[in-house]
Write a protein that binds this ligand. Structure first.
Ligand SMILES: [Zn+2]
Length: 219
């Protein structure tokens, strides 16, 4: 049976045979040596005020599997400064030809424009913690992105309608900072009217497509 994929987590759980968790490292705040791969790393938009821009240089040769979470958050901190970090980190992702995980809060158009300008492969971009409705989902899907959903997405009717609208192959599940990935899968399967096993196969395929080119990932 395919493993569960937790595409975005900030928690180091107990290693578990049936789950692959992709840790999201807050660069400049956490030590990558302590974290098992697979791993995203990036300066989180909330950390831009306290982490120096020179941190971006470290991404160029860090042993990681993708760049993230990076992005813009209108509800926290200085947006212009966040934009500098975002552009710099997208440039590294383009240079290293790596997947990207985005954090976008009330900044969807700004983030979409930044990704377009960067030359990053838009088919390997995941919008993490997707929390909009069907229209916003369609906007991101039109850009080629994948959408990652968690409990916050499933908690509202609007979010559940969006989850039902995401095509196979473009969907991920995540715990972010709380909850159990099995429960997120159960919620998604109920909304989409499919079985959990089928969902596990589908998301695992998507995961392999996203990371499969990287030789260090055992897929
Ligand atoms: Zn996160």
């Amino acid at each position: 049976m395919s493993p569960y994929i937790d595409i975005h987590t900030h928690r180091l759980g107990t290693p578990c045979d049936d789950t692959i968790s992709v840790y999201s490292l807050r660069l400049g705040k956490e030590n990558p040596d302590d974290i098992p791969r697979p791993m995203w790393a990036g300066v989180h938009p909330w950390d831009c005020d306290t982490v120096g821009l020179e941190a971006i240089g470290r991404l160029s040769d860090m042993a990681i599997d993708g760049i993230g979470e990076i992005g813009l958050d209108r509800t926290r901190g200085d947006l212009a400064l966040q934009r500098l970090f975002l552009d710099g980190q997208l440039a590294v992702a383009a240079e290293r030809d790596m997947p990207v995980a985005l954090h976008a809060v009330r900044t969807s158009e700004e983030v979409i424009a930044a990704v377009r300008k960067s030359g990053v492969d838009r088919g390997r971009v995941t919008l993490h913690g997707f929390a909009g409705g069907k229209e916003l989902a369609a906007r991101y899907l039109g850009e080629g992105y994948m959408l990652s959903v968690g409990w916050r997405t499933l908690a509202s009717q609007r979010g559940r309608e969006a989850v039902a609208s995401i095509p196979d192959g473009r969907l991920f599940a995540e715990t972010d900072t709380e909850g159990d990935i099995r429960e997120v899968y159960g919620g998604i399967a109920a909304v989409r009217g499919c079985g959990v096993e089928e969902l596990r196969d589908m998301i695992y395929d998507t995961y392999r497509r996203l990371f499969g080119r990287l030789s260090n990932i055992d897929v």
